[in-house]
Ligand binder design. Sequence first.
Ligand SMILES: [Zn+2]
Length: 122
Amino acid sequence: MKSPFFKMEEFSCRCSYDSCKESNQFMDERFLELLFKMRAQVDFPFLITSGYRCAKHNKDVGGAKNSYHTKGLAADIACSNDYQRYELIEQALAHGLTVIIYRSFVHVDMRPGQPKLMRGSY
Ligand SMILES: [Zn+2]
């Protein structure tokens, strides 16, 4: 799975546990493909602030139990302006991804069923 816009390391778990090396291999390829397609449609870089999370790290950062991050099916993209937020939301939904909007980032995930647009802490 390759994209000119990303390095796989960007999706690695942000923890420092020894048990968690090369964790980006757990990213779901179908999800990455959709994320890469989203990126190809916009004119700004994606700064991934959270990709894969091991269960321990997910707990450390207060992630939802069974978070899609722990399944390699989610990514948080830094976002602090309305233009980029709009583009991210539009592209995510167009690619069938669910969106949760936060103040400083946009969460996208690939969950079963119709894509949803939700509001996180904002
Ligand atoms: Zn980890």
